[in-house]
Design a protein around this ligand. Structure first.
Ligand SMILES: *[C@@H]1O[C@H](CO)[C@@H](O)[C@H](O)[C@H]1NC(C)=O
Ligand SMILES: *[C@@H]1O[C@H](CO)[C@@H](O)[C@H](O)[C@H]1NC(C)=O
Ligand SMILES: *[C@@H]1O[C@H](CO)[C@@H](O)[C@H](O)[C@H]1NC(C)=O
Ligand SMILES: *[C@@H]1O[C@H](CO)[C@@H](O)[C@H](O)[C@H]1NC(C)=O
Ligand SMILES: *[C@@H]1O[C@H](CO)[C@@H](O)[C@H](O)[C@H]1NC(C)=O
Length: 185
């Protein structure tokens, strides 16, 4: 034991400091800005928040502008998933139940996008209560898609791993955005 301890200490002390930090961000060579870390610190998903905001090339200089960066990411995700679900609805046309579920989900994600789009305008008008409601709705539409799959009876219909992943990302983006909007007052 006595001979192992110095080795462990040496290894620890020689590690790059980033590997010791509580919130490493391996995808980016630069540390996230103080604005990003302090804002994300107030959210439910710190790491997800930091990596989402660091990956966007915006130069946000306020909490308010960070909230709009997050909403833009959510809009891009909702738009992307709506197209994805729509293309699935076509590729599954031999299975009418599945196909119509995908079509319904494409529509839900379109509504999510529209709702998030409204919240952008509301943030810029400092109507934070309305923005909060519209971002919540964005997450709710993603949830409704999954519920539609679950409700389907008689036929075995699988809610795909891909849709589940997409739902999770959009819901996390919305959750983090809501936490950030709460900081705005
Ligand atoms: C993060 O939040 C905790 C408690 O909410 C606080 O004590 C800490 O100082 C915050 N850290 C940063 C970097 O803002
Ligand atoms: C969806 O959100 C994630 C997490 O922020 C982001 O990394 C990704 O680029 C977004 N996807 C699209 C298609 O915008
Ligand atoms: C951020 O700032 C850099 C350098 O000042 C600039 O080149 C870049 O276009 C800016 N990005 C955005 C999204 O405004
Ligand atoms: C969604 O985004 C990914 C990468 O972010 C892209 O490869 C894909 O083509 C997009 N899908 C749709 C349906 O837009
Ligand atoms: C579920 O079953 C009920 C009764 O058989 C039927 O009326 C309904 O259309 C079914 N729902 C779906 C989504 O297939």
């Amino acid at each position: 034991m006595a001979s192992v301890l110095p080795v462990i200490l040496t290894l620890l002390l020689s590690s790059p400091s980033s590997s010791l930090s509580t919130h490493p961000n391996p995808s980016s060579p630069l540390p996230p800005s103080n604005l990003i870390t302090s804002t994300c610190n107030a959210t439910t998903y710190y790491d997800f928040c930091v990596s989402s905001l660091s990956s966007s090339s915006s130069n946000a200089t306020s909490v308010k502008s960070l909230s709009t960066v997050l909403i833009s990411l959510a809009i891009a995700n909702a738009t992307n998933t709506s197209s994805f679900a729509f293309s699935r609805s076509k590729s599954t046309s031999k299975n009418p139940t599945l196909s119509s579920l995908y079509r319904a989900c494409a529509e839900k994600y379109t509504h999510a996008r529209e709702s998030l789009q409204s919240s952008l305008d509301e943030i810029s008008n400092e109507e934070y209560d309305y923005a909060f409601v519209h971002v919540s709705a964005g997450a709710e539409y993603a949830n409704v898609c999954r519920v539609l799959f679950r409700r389907t009876n008689g036929t075995v219909v699988v809610y795909s791993v891909e849709m589940a992943k997409r739902e999770e990302v959009l819901e996390r983006l919305c959750a983090v955005t809501l936490d950030v909007i709460s900081l705005l007052g």
